[in-house]
Design a protein around this ligand. Structure first.
Ligand SMILES: [Zn+2]
Length: 198
């Protein structure tokens, strides 16, 4: 399995491309140049860690009919107020692609399987994708190398964030390499909350 990290868009959102055999999964497409990602071959899937505008920006460019997103964040796809694009300096963003609800549990998309953890707090439907065989997890704006996601945006909850952190730190091995929605990857055990036991 190959993991490729591509910071794209006005907020340098990490668009993560996972390829294995004949399958490609793009997580949080924020890029406007698909060709540079080299993803236009085989079976293609799009998974969104959450529905904020800077993580869904590139969805209309993706040649897919559905996107996978937790049902808690489905309303954000069509509501610029909820996805934050009304408050920015850019045009309001909506995505008309059909959402496929992705709930907590084990999923297989083509040749790639992974475990989804529901990690609300930053948004109601934030999810984290764990790939046990590779020792990596993709967490969107849930955790960053030096912090955690904001909880003061629409649908955010600091109480849920605390519960999600506790659950995630317990479930995921410390050696796991975490790919956040912005910034550099880091090992879970180096996060300041991991050291404090979540
Ligand atoms: Zn976000």
């Amino acid at each position: 399995m190959k993991i490729q990290l591509n910071p794209c868009g006005p907020l340098q959102t990490n668009t993560i491309v996972i390829t294995h055999k004949n399958t490609t999964i793009v997580v949080d497409p924020a890029c406007s140049d698909l060709a540079s990602l080299g993803i236009l071959k085989g079976h293609l899937y799009v998974v969104l860690t959450h529905g904020h505008w800077d993580h869904i920006l590139g969805v209309p460019l993706m040649p897919v009919e559905t996107v996978y997103i937790h049902r808690g964040d489905v309303p954000m796809l069509s509501d610029p107020m909820l996805n934050g694009s009304l408050r920015g300096i850019f045009a309001p963003i909506t995505v008309s692609v059909k959402p496929s609800p992705m709930c907590e549990g084990v999923h297989a998309l083509g040749d790639i399987s992974f475990t989804v953890y529901h990690t609300p707090g930053h948004t109601p439907g934030s999810i984290s994708l764990y790939f046990p065989g590779e020792g990596i997890a993709i967490v969107g704006d849930f955790l960053f190398a030096d912090g955690i996601g904001r909880t003061d945006l629409p649908g955010g909850s600091s109480a849920k964030m605390r519960m999600s952190i506790r659950k995630f730190m317990k479930a995921i091995p410390g050696d796991t390499l975490i790919y956040p929605g912005h910034g550099r990857p880091f090992h879970l055990k180096t996060h300041y909350l991991y050291k404090r036991g979540g």
